[in-house]
Design a protein around this ligand. Structure first.
Ligand code: ADP
Length: 255
């Protein structure tokens, strides 16, 4: 903080300074409350899988050696919850590293081949149905590649989680804007839930999310990552039709 001399200031000046000081304190308090809320939500999210793992492993210890059906059920549940915890901790680490300035350097990349490589990685792990569609052959643009990749991985993971076919990455250029969309033909999101999906820990259907392994962090992380490289993230969805999540980059095109 810079020391600001108060002596010799008029009453009006002191009042204006007092008001802006109060506003700053208000902002700090809100930030602190948000951090506290995040910490408590994250701990709560971790507690549930730990409880499931604990009770199933106790069950295994007591009865599992004699009963093959219990063994199968317990191992399946423990494995599922461990995967959920793995994704949650990955998301928490991503959320924490968003303010890390060392990964914030913008670079020039060719967007179509960049997106194609990410789609290839998914295809190699068994998701052959992911298509790439672009109206142009090449777009040289400035972005933070590591962060753009993280966003695309979150969006593709969601598309796969909620739908199992008809997944496409679509790239479009309009004047100075680039639109990179991830489209699926999954169940869609109803209009009352749609405005909330970017909120931390928001899940449309927590019982379905338990099965799919969701924690409600993906889209909120994706949005702040996109904002960190000056883009915007939008979503359109229709129940029974599918969902399209779009990254919009403005004035980042080089040629
Ligand atoms: P999660 O880890 O639960 O998927 P997200 O923040 O990524 O968390 O998404 C928030 C909620 O939005 C999800 O719980 C899900 O209900 C809904 N959602 C996100 N992406 C899709 C999609 N592609 N299709 C249907 N619902 C989706």
């Amino acid at each position: 903080f810079k020391r600001i001399p108060l002596a010799g200031r008029s009453k009006d000046e002191l009042q204006v300074m007092g008001e802006s000081f109060n506003k700053m304190i208000g902002r700090l308090e809100r930030n602190y409350d948000q951090q506290q809320q995040f910490l408590s939500d994250a701990s709560h999210e971790l507690k549930t899988p730990i409880t499931v793992i604990e009770s199933y492993s106790s069950l295994l210890k007591r009865w599992g050696m004699k009963d093959a059906a219990i063994q199968e059920e317990a191992v399946e549940a423990i494995h599922h919850e461990a995967l959920r915890m793995k994704q949650l901790t990955e998301h928490l680490l991503q959320a924490a590293s968003q303010s890390d300035p060392t990964v914030d350097t913008e670079e020039e990349i060719e967007l179509i081949s960049f997106c194609d490589q990410i789609a290839q990685t998914f295809r190699r792990t068994g998701h052959r149905e992911i298509k790439l569609q672009s109206e142009v052959k090449e777009i040289q643009a400035m972005t933070i590649p590591g962060k753009l990749e993280q966003v695309l991985v979150i969006l593709l993971d969601n598309a796969i989680k909620y739908s199992d076919s008809g997944i496409e990455i679509m790239i479009k250029r309009e004047m100075d804007d680039i639109f990179i969309s991830v489209k699926d033909q999954g169940p869609g999101i109803s209009p009352e839930h749609l405005p909330h999906v970017f909120e931390r820990f928001y899940r449309v259907d927590s019982s379905r999310a338990r099965k799919t392994g969701g924690n409600g962090l993906g889209l909120s992380i994706a949005r702040s990552l996109v904002e960190s490289f000056h883009g915007k993230l939008g979503i359109e969805s229709e129940v029974g039709e599918g969902t399209v999540v779009t990254i919009i980059l403005s004035h980042r095109i080089l040629i």
